[in-house]
Design a binder for this molecule. Structure first.
Ligand SMILES: Cc1cc2nc3c(=O)[nH]c(=O)nc-3n(C[C@H](O)[C@H](O)[C@H](O)COP(=O)(O)OP(=O)(O)OC[C@H]3O[C@@H](n4cnc5c(N)ncnc54)[C@H](O)[C@@H]3O)c2cc1C
Length: 364
């Protein structure tokens, strides 16, 4: 680093926290603002299932999402290792791959999924078919229900809520200042914690759907999830269920908990989960293994995925050198549109942003 910068970050969701942590580690001074409460976050990051699944996503996304996701898969283990220090409960991260299943009547859906995968990645991707015996070996608690399944290696998942808490601890331990209940807008006379915008060397706008007022191209895509707990069923992989009307997944979490999600609805509505969605989520769970009928419902949650029209992330950089701005440095970098790929893409996006910042500070 050429010199220490004074940095403000608006939004303490996934991007805001990861960025604050990495910037502090580089020796910068960071103030992190959120309009809500850090403990009971309203971020999409808090609601998410936190799968890191480039293969599954390439079927419904652009190839660039896959490439960035593969890069993130290479970054996450090192970051988790840095966070998992002795004396602190370890953030759960696992990369066992995923299992994709369909009931016999819906097998065409699974075959189409496999064709799409081959179309996007070529036939030499590492996905492979499992018969009932193979499935029995790796995921015995669902093997009775399915004749065939698809195994996708190189996919991971993590305990996102623990990660978010741990990042906050680390940000504070590194001297970062966290300011809650501070809605930030970027009007000309805006202030961040009593300081004008030009008082910072650089500002990162990581407000997710909270930036919608100022970013007309941004929309929220509603997603609903269900959390349950049971000792009756064990899963060792995220499992995706192909179905003609909905594509759902179930992800195991520490403490015999499972998250089942997620609906995908073009709506800005953040109100509680609908009865219809609840029925779909519960029935998917029950068809995976009827023993889930005795699971206890822990939570229902709904949130909005921050998305642009193309469902791709964008880093919009307005770095103005003081020479061209009446002697004031005003660098605002907007990072948004992670859509349903926050955990899949955030490490890559954050590293790209840091590389650009380093380049800027070295050349000015
Ligand atoms: C149901 C669901 C399931 C998902 N599952 C996955 C998954 O399995 N894998 C995956 O990769 N991604 C998943 N995602 C997507 C992922 O959660 C998002 O892409 C990611 O959280 C976006 O990160 P972000 O930091 O941009 O926004 P957020 O995480 O939403 O954070 C934005 C923060 O900004 C704050 N804020 C808003 N307005 C203001 C303001 N005016 N001033 C100050 N602060 C403000 C908010 O309080 C919030 O804390 C899922 C999302 C949902 C909803």
């Amino acid at each position: 680093m050429s010199h220490q910068l004074s940095i403000a970050i608006a939004g303490a969701g996934l991007l805001g926290r990861l960025l604050a942590w990495r910037l502090l580690k580089l020796g910068h001074r960071v103030r992190l603002f959120d309009d809500g409460d850090f403990q009971h976050s309203r971020s999409a990051a808090h609601t998410a299932a936190a799968m890191i699944s480039p293969l599954s996503e390439v079927v419904v996304s652009e190839r660039s999402i896959y490439d960035m996701g593969v890069r993130s898969l290479g970054i996450w283990p090192g970051w988790i290792e840095e966070l998992n220090v002795p004396g602190r409960p370890a953030v759960h991260y696992a990369a066992p791959g995923s299992v994709v299943v369909a009931h016999p009547a819906d097998m065409a859906e699974l075959e189409q999924f496999y064709s799409d995968l081959n179309f996007h990645l070529g036939a030499d991707n590492n996905a492979r078919w499992l018969d009932r015996r193979d499935l029995q070996a790796i995921e015995p608690d669902i093997a009775d229900q399915f004749d065939r399944a698809l195994y996708l290696p190189d996919e991971a998942y993590l305990d996102n809520r623990h990660l978010l808490d741990r990042l906050l601890e680390e940000i504070r331990a590194l001297g970062g200042e966290c300011v809650a209940h501070q809605p930030i807008d970027f009007s000309p006379d805006a202030k961040m914690g009593g300081q004008t915008l030009s008082g910072f060397d650089c500002i990162f706008d990581c407000r997710g759907v909270g930036a919608r007022q100022s970013e007309k191209n941004l929309r929220g895509v509603r997603g609903e999830v269900l959390w349950v707990q049971t000792d009756e069923v064990q899963l060792h992989h995220p499992v995706r269920l192909m179905h003609p009307r909905y594509k759902l997944y179930i992800v195991p979490k520490p403490g015999n908990r499972f998250i089942i999600g997620a609906t995908e609805i073009e709506s800005q509505d953040r109100s509680p989960v609908s009865v219809q969605s609840m029925l779909e989520l519960c029935s998917a769970l029950y068809t995976l293994n009827p023993a889930f009928a005795e699971a206890r419902i822990l939570e229902l949650d709904a949130n909005l995925r921050p998305s642009y029209w193309h469902n791709l992330p964008m880093i919009e950089q307005k770095w103005v050198h003081p020479q061209f701005n009446n002697g004031e440095m005003q660098n605002i970098v907007r990072i948004n549109g992670l859509y349903r790929h926050g955990y899949l893409l955030a490490p890559t996006v954050v590293e790209d942003v840091l590389a650009r910042l380093t380049e800027f500070t070295q050349t000015h």
